[in-house]
Design a binder for this molecule. Structure first.
Ligand code: ROI
Length: 164
């Protein structure tokens, strides 16, 4: 079975979000047939969408996995459920969001899963942690992430102090 590289975006803005994200980063290393290869710093970010909700904590993780994209998606959704994911409304607050951003150079448009993540290049809280880990990252369409993104402002994104 081949080893795949999967990039995961993490986000939380409820119920001690830093703890949710830190625990999820550890738990991603324990998924079946999967190893965590790298993790970005944690970033505090202003909410995209409705502003009447707490700031988010965001991070990005690189996994090596022998799971298929849909098997990995199942694992990510189960992990979200173990954090008792609450998602009261669309674009509203949540305890843990795990997005499959990239899977090798795959381009997938399945009913349950679009890869690359359709919002990938529009979201500073995804792009900047990704570029922290992989400044030279090339997207499946052959474009470098660093140049594919719209002008993104770092203003709404603050790295937290390194975890000890
Ligand atoms: N805003 C930020 N800053 N970070 C997120 O992870 C995030 N996730 C979401 C919405 C509600 C769109 N806004 C977000 O799902």
């Amino acid at each position: 079975m081949t080893v795949h590289r999967a990039w995961i975006g993490l986000g939380s803005n409820l119920d001690d979000p830093q703890r949710h994200v830190e625990r999820a980063i550890e738990e991603l290393d324990r998924l079946p047939l999967t190893r965590r290869r790298d993790a970005s710093r944690l970033y505090a970010s202003r909410p995209l969408g409705p502003q009447d909700q707490p700031d988010f904590i965001n991070a990005v993780v690189l996994l090596e996995t022998r799971l298929s994209p849909l098997a990995l998606l199942d694992q990510l959704q189960a992990l979200e459920q173990r954090h008792r994911r609450v998602r009261a409304r669309r674009w509203g607050p949540r305890t843990l969001d795990l997005d499959l951003l990239l899977f090798d150079d795959s381009i997938l448009a399945l009913p349950r899963l679009s890869v690359p993540h359709p919002e990938l290049t529009h979201r500073a809280f995804v792009v900047l942690p990704l570029l922290e880990l992989a400044p030279e990252l090339v997207l499946p369409d052959g474009c470098r992430l660093a140049t594919a993104t719209e002008p993104l402002t770092q203003d709404d994104l603050t790295p937290l102090l390194p975890r000890t």
